[in-house]
Design a protein around this ligand. Structure first.
Ligand code: HEM
Length: 141
């Protein structure tokens, strides 16, 4: 990611923070719609709590964008945990698509092509660390 892209992700994220729970609700709704195979993974999940966890994780990563190194082990552990949740590599594509769609809804006119590119770069980097860690789990798909 370029420094400009990191700045774009940070400023646009600050616009989403005030509507974090609405955004997270939109996100899961969209995810379950575009990829129904993700729905059963959350059948016993406390969704209000999960919405908080997702937004908190994103906030932490975005705050650390300028220096991701200390977050790499955290993301690797999270990626390995996701294997136990039944998450497959392809699900990261669905989550990325649902996330971009959600940001577009939330940001409206602030959702410009450079902002989109910046978020794609950020998500690809973060998900990439989790996906690679997941591959090190025995019997991971
Ligand atoms: C960048 C990508 C992702 C981030 C930042 C993220 C973040 C998180 C966090 C912070 C938790 C809570 C972990 C804990 O309680 O210790 C979690 C749980 C979970 N995530 Fe993700 N996640 C990502 C991708 C995915 C994907 C691709 C899926 C597949 C649909 C997924 C499905 C789940 C499930 C099923 C749980 C467990 C829910 C439960 O506790 O019942 N996540 N995720």
């Amino acid at each position: 990611m370029t420094p400009d892209q990191k700045a774009l992700v940070k400023t646009t994220w600050s616009l989403v923070v005030p509507i974090a729970d609405t955004a997270a609700t939109l996100f899961y709704g969209r995810l379950f719609e575009i990829d129904p195979s993700t729905r059963p993974m959350f059948k016993s999940t406390d969704m209000p709590e999960q919405r908080k966890k997702l937004m908190q994780a994103l906030a932490t990563v975005i705050a650390g964008l300028d220096n991701l190194a200390p977050l790499i082990p955290v993301l690797e552990t999270l990626g390995r945990k996701h294997v136990a949740y039944g998450v497959l590599d392809k699900h990261y594509d669905s989550v990325g698509t649902a996330l971009l769609w959600t940001l577009e809804q939330g940001l409206q006119t602030a959702w410009t092509p450079p902002v989109q590119d910046a978020w794609i770069a950020a998500y690809t980097a973060v998900a990439g660390v989790m996906r690679n860690a997941a591959k090190t789990v025995p019997n991971a798909a």
